[in-house]
Design a binder for this molecule. Structure first.
Ligand SMILES: [Zn+2]
Length: 180
């Protein structure tokens, strides 16, 4: 099942609304790129890499720094600390962080870790919602319409919004805004 099939229309509209609200708080229009670091500052979030977390065991830091298998996570809510995988590309970093801001703005409960496996106990519905809102934050539907009206290519749109081309394609699919 695709995300648009799983998530109701009202929820998806709410996400566009949240994306618009966050942009307007930063005096940004729908067609302007929203850098994750700018939104982080607005949300009082501190972005850390594993070695910057003094409470982590050095062996855990080494494992995290050696792995591509994780992207980002909220490790503390007050103050808000988000750990991010420094191995990922800049475009991936943007989407990782926007996904975490999605959890935050939707007031999802912080993910707990299974004490036996050490793996995060994620709820799939929360993950789907955060991914959807993260995409809206990166490329609002109105921003995508603007780009299409200017006849920008998929690659140009990705560069403009500082996203991956996969993200542009995903946003095109879920918003039914077709890129030429
Ligand atoms: Zn998540």
């Amino acid at each position: 099942m695709t995300l648009t099939e799983k998530l109701p229309t009202e929820f998806r509209q709410r996400c566009e609304g949240i994306a618009t609200e966050q942009r307007s708080l930063l005096n940004l229009r729908a067609f302007e790129p929203l850098p994750a670091d700018l939104l982080a500052a607005q949300l009082n979030a501190i972005i850390l890499t594993p070695e910057q977390i003094s409470t982590l065991d050095p062996s855990v830091v080494a494992v995290l720094l050696d792995s591509d298998q994780w992207s980002a996570g909220i490790i503390n809510q007050s103050p808000l600390w988000i750990v991010n995988n420094p191995r990922h590309t800049p475009a991936r970093r943007e989407s990782n962080l926007m996904h975490e801001f999605g959890h935050l703005l939707l007031r999802h409960k912080i993910v707990r870790f299974d004490p036996n496996t050490g793996l995060p106990l994620r709820r799939q519905s929360d993950e789907d919602e955060a991914t959807y809102l993260g995409g809206c934050l990166q490329i609002p539907r109105r921003g995508l319409l603007w780009a299409v009206q200017r006849q920008m290519t998929l690659t140009e749109i990705a560069v403009h919004f500082n996203t991956s081309e996969e993200m542009v394609q995903f946003r095109s699919n879920v918003t039914a805004v077709n890129i030429r």
